[in-house]
Design a protein around this ligand. Structure first.
Ligand SMILES: [Ca+2]
Length: 155
């Protein structure tokens, strides 16, 4: 009888831990690279990519860096929802908070931060990507000017 009770209690604790874990797993969890919108309560900076020009159509928000857009999809409702982000983003904006100035979101033509690039200043945007329009595969947030040297600059 006592043993049964103890086992039930353990099972209940395990279930509770599991529920707590799910409840606290926000957009910034390590396994998730993107979400529908920037979570400004958690993220220091955030890149939002849009399926269409002029920041329209479906969008997806990224924090940190992502070496390959192949496994990310446009998440919000709108044109392009469900499409893979890679080679499909037309416009973008970047949100960030001090002291993360000056920083740029650098978007690359190739995966793993290679190839021609567009660099968008934090708290700026573009209605049409220049070097990576519909040809985009990775991005990183950067504070070192050497990183965005040679990129097309939006600021
Ligand atoms: Ca990815």
């Amino acid at each position: 009888m006592k043993n049964t009770k103890r086992i039930t209690l353990l099972a209940a604790c395990a279930a509770l831990l599991c529920a707590t874990g799910l409840a606290t797993a926000g957009p910034a969890s390590a396994s998730q690279e993107s979400a529908v919108n920037c979570d400004k309560s958690i993220w220091d900076s955030c890149l939002t990519l849009y399926y269409n020009s002029s920041q329209t159509g479906s969008h997806t928000a990224f924090f940190g860096s992502d070496g390959n857009f192949y496994d990310n999809k446009f998440l919000s409702s709108g044109a392009g929802q469900g499409q893979v982000v890679k080679n499909n983003a037309a416009s973008a904006n970047v949100w960030g908070i001090p002291p993360y100035y000056p920083e740029f979101a650098v978007i690359y033509y190739n995966s793993n931060y290679a190839g021609s690039c567009d660099a968008i200043s934090v708290n700026w945007y573009t209605d049409r990507l220049h070097n990576t329009y519909n040809e985009n595969a990775s991005w990183q947030i950067a504070g070192n000017p050497n990183v965005w040297a040679g990129c097309y600059i939006f600021s």
